[in-house]
Design a protein around this ligand. Structure first.
Ligand SMILES: Nc1ncnc2c1ncn2[C@@H]1O[C@H](COP(=O)(O)OP(=O)(O)O)[C@@H](O)[C@H]1O
Ligand SMILES: O=C(O)C(=O)C[C@H](O)[C@H](O)COP(=O)(O)O
Length: 300
């Protein structure tokens, strides 16, 4: 297996609206769409769409959302052998409003109860030991910690996704174990000490350099929405990867997730970091032109 992800899948319901509704108002959506979500899930589906072999480790409820998630993953060609379903539990679902003008999305999610049921098994151990990259964002934390041990023993690269507003102390051991660290600006700001002139908006490159100094890993990137991303390699100089055609974006749901998946696809194919980052920006840009967390066409 090229890439194995550990994460919580979500069944997303998206509404495209002109502008975010005022509290108490009733507005009609321009469009509605349902589909798979969840940062690691979308990254694995992205890598699979691009031609990598990708597997997901997760637990789903025995409910309609769980059935839809599983069907969608199978259609995308993601290996689901390590996904378990638990009777009497619920899957994670999210309600997403996407504002056409700003392309900004607002997410309310309900984590469900199935995610508490994932257990470490010899099957998971084997899957990880035989992969090239392990990708996670800290959900299913106990399983991630075991996975880190196996990845280290087996020479598997560890990739960490730090999403905006998802920073919390319990993810620190996973962040510190990673070789490849790609995080959103807001995550990086939450982790790093504020500068002495704390009102200043720090350039993404400064955040990436500070993260590299702290983590001393192979690659760090800080993604900054329509402003692109800043990349720093342990061996080598930093570079900026611009976002592509941000003026065409209508919905940025899944931009970061498809960005991760496409970068990892390029990375396991042996592309250099710059080439893989450029592919990631192209895929995320295509994704932003359509409604949905996993919306890009197969060949951007
Ligand atoms: N409006 C946009 N238009 C084109 N590309 C975008 C847009 N927003 C984000 N991207 C691409 O997706 C990457 C990740 O986006 P970002 O918003 O930082 O992550 P997240 O979705 O995790 O919050 C960016 O570095 C950029 O390449
Ligand atoms: O709905 C989607 O498609 C999302 O990706 C949003 C996720 O529900 C939240 O961001 C929580 O993500 P986790 O930290 O993995 O639990």
């Amino acid at each position: 297996m090229d890439i194995v992800g550990i994460g919580v899948s979500v069944w997303d319901s998206l509404m495209l609206v002109d502008a975010l509704p005022q509290p108490g108002s009733v507005v009609q959506a321009e469009r509605h769409l349902e589909g798979i979500g969840g940062g690691i899930t979308v990254a694995m589906a992205t890598a699979a769409r691009l031609g990598s072999s990708a597997a997901l480790i997760d637990s789903l409820g025995e409910d309609a959302a769980g059935t839809r998630i599983l069907q969608a993953l199978n259609i995308e060609g993601v290996d689901t052998q390590a996904i378990v379903r638990s009777a009497g539990t619920t899957s994670s679902v999210a309600s997403i409003w996407s504002e056409r003008q700003s392309a900004e999305r607002t997410i309310v999610f309900s984590p469900g109860s199935a995610c508490e049921r994932l257990q470490w098994t010899p099957q998971i151990e084997q899957l990880i030991a035989r992969s090239r990259v392990l990708h996670f964002n800290g959900r299913h934390g106990d399983v991630c910690l075991q996975a880190i041990r196996v990845a280290r023993e087996s020479g598997v690269k560890i990739s960490f996704d730090g999403g905006a507003y998802r920073y919390r102390p319990e993810i620190l051991p996973m962040l510190r174990a990673a070789d490849l660290v790609i995080v959103a600006r807001q995550f990086a700001e939450s982790h790093l000490q504020p500068p002495s002139d704390s009102e200043r908006r720090r350039p993404a490159m400064e955040l990436a350099e500070s993260l590299m100094e702290d983590l001393d890993c192979e690659i760090v990137a800080v993604t900054d929405g329509a402003a692109g991303s800043a990349w720093v390699e342990r061996e080598g100089s930093g570079f900026h990867q611009p976002a592509i055609s941000p003026e065409l974006a209508i919905d940025t749901t899944g931009c970061g997730d498809t960005y991760h998946g496409a970068f990892l696809h390029g990375y396991v194919r042996g592309h250099g970091t710059r080439q893989a980052a450029e592919l990631a920006a192209r895929v995320a840009s295509e994704n932003a032109r359509r409604l949905g967390g996993l919306a890009f066409a197969t060949s951007p």
